[in-house]
Structures are given as C-alpha cells and as structure tokens.
Design a binder for this molecule. Sequence first.
Ligand SMILES: [Zn+2]
Length: 59
Amino acid sequence: MAKCSYCNKEIEKGTGKLFISKTGKIKWFCGSKCEKNAHKLKRNPRKVKWIKKQKKSKK
Ligand SMILES: [Zn+2]
C-alpha cells in the first residue's frame, strides 16, 4: 500500500494521485490538497494546520 508523500497517510487502492518527478522519484498523494501543498508551499507537513485538525477529528 502506498503512503502519501506529504501527510504520510495510507492511500487506498484506486485513490490518490501518483506523481513522478523529473528526477524519476515516485510520489503518492492522498488528494489534490496534499499535492498542491507539497508543490506550492514546500513546507514541513507537521507545521500545516489542517493536517493537525484532521488527526483530532478522528477521535
Ligand atoms: Zn496526504
């Protein structure tokens, strides 16, 4: 099973987005949100607020 390269969440088969960089590295993103954040912001995922909110809402 692939894991999101941005938020490290496990991606179910048939979902998520595959991204192949110019250097040939394969990256998976669970959604367009992660993809956009990873490419545009290039921030440390732990510092992004909406990921923290997502974890809390699981309880
Ligand atoms: Zn993700």
